[in-house]
Design a protein around this ligand. Sequence first.
Ligand code: AHR
Length: 630
Amino acid sequence: IDIHVSSTGGNASSPHMYGLMFEDINHSGDGGIYAELIQNRAFQGSVPFPSTIYPWEPVGGAVLALQNTSVPLSKALPTSINVSGKGKIGISNPGWWGIDVKKQKYTGSFWTMGAYKGKFSLSLHSNLTHQVFANTVLPSKSKSGKWTEHTFELEPREAAPNSNNTFTIQFDCSGESINFNLISLFPPTYKNRPNGNRPELMEALKALNPTFLRMPGGNNLEGDVSRYPWRWNETLGPLKDRPGRPGTWSYQNTDGLGLLEYFHWCEDLEVEPILGVWAGMFLGTEEGHILSAEALAPWVQDTLNELEFILGDVNTTYGALRASLGHPEPFYLRYVEVGNEDNLNNGGPSYSNYRFPMFYNAITAAYPNLTIISSTGDFTALGGSGSSASWTDYHIYSRPDNLVSRFGQFDKVSREHKTVVGEYAVIQENKKNVSAVEWDLPKYKNPVWSGAVAEAVWTMGAERNGDAVMGLAYAPGFQNLNSYQWAPDLISFTANPAQTVLSVSYRVIELFGSNTHKETVPAVSNSSFGPAYWVAGTNGPSKYVFKTAIYNSTANVPFNVKFDGIAAGTKGKLTVLSAPDGLSVNALNKEDGTGVVVETTEKRVQDLTAKDGGVFGFELANYEVAVLTT
Ligand code: AHR
């Protein structure tokens, strides 16, 4: 294939091409990136997910009971665990399917109520060998009829060989009983944020060179059977004032990872937030799942309050609240998305008729500089009062062939009303004569290489139209391998950081996200697209980025890529990703024997030299994804 890449004549590209989407699904928040090690730390419950003692276990014959005491720890956390018995008794917690124990400082706290003048012993030990890695003893401050907080540190003498470890609190009991609540333990977090995130998962995100974070959903924004959307104001402040909520994905959310933490996350990764706000539609289709205009009005006001919390100065009510929580400066926010897939669940007509316009009109009146994104699921941009002034969020879950066939999908979309691809992924294998995903049939267990190549092809189609597409985010981003609702996912993990798996799709995004261009330039060939697909861009004179992928070829593909303005002898670097030898491109990732998938992408880097006329010659095999930079 001969391709001629011009130095000018293309479109300005989006500075946000590769981003992130996050919602608490697959225990990606609680039990995931949110670094809290204790599972069910505060016995939070809701209608679908009642308070439970699980996974706490009694120690030394203790008798455990959930109690709603007449004096609660707080209005938000009314339920505690009563521990009674005789002798050295206590409670233990196995963490989120394990606790990673390293030679580092763990900081913990717990609240108690009940007269007790003795000491509390706290430890981290192995479930298998019972070896104690860290312990400390704390004088009790516990009193009858009043809640008291205890804080402590644990510093293991050595690292545990695996994450099959438990945290224990014990005390000497002579017949009295003690209530415990909000029992928390944190390892060091990313950038040492109090109440922060797991470092290695944040580092995995950082390595993608992301440019935006769309949060807090996804479906988890909307709420399911219990009619309880994500409520920003219940995710703020001291943990004892956060009630948690019934998450959409079959578990209770602690809301320890709240609005402020999401914005810290954006600051720490230096990414642009895309804030999702609920648009008056719960999941499901039963009567009442879509709010009337009258019922929606207070929620529109609630969104204005949330925006004041994020953007208002310290003299505003909610700006002052933000300042009282340690962030006097307004946060950086330019994009607000109204709803999530509001075309679904019979939501489309009400969304375009009144729900979206209500939010659009109110938000743009108060914050004219914000860009509003509608979640219509397609390329329809909505606006207030019948106009089409917003951007739009397009989602696609697909099969490899189908995604590749959509390479040109963005060529004709609106330049005026940009598209954000808030969620995309290949999730099901090819099927003869069936292009759409069949949601009642199994999805891939994890991303496969043919799917990752198809994603590469399709995202290059978006890059070619970087003036129309603001950016793309693979979804879902995370999967706790011990408990998940949706596969395939970008990053899989367990309690043990050594078991984190960066998927084949991750490797493509990492390569493409690390090689972006400012301006898309014409890359013209006498060959048409398929089986080779490509996009080219520049970052200034002689600084080219050429991306390509080969999908479904019967032979190797030789390339001669000529760049305008490149002299013979100029050096180039070709990075090629492929499936490893011996593994089918349609194979699910290998497992390491403990049920943990292992990485399967191969990468090779080649130095190239331009021939006369600024031509780089190279050859790629079927199902290879490559980036050439000069
Ligand atoms: O990414 C998983 C789910 O897929 C999201 O919650 C939802 O927006 C989409 O339907």
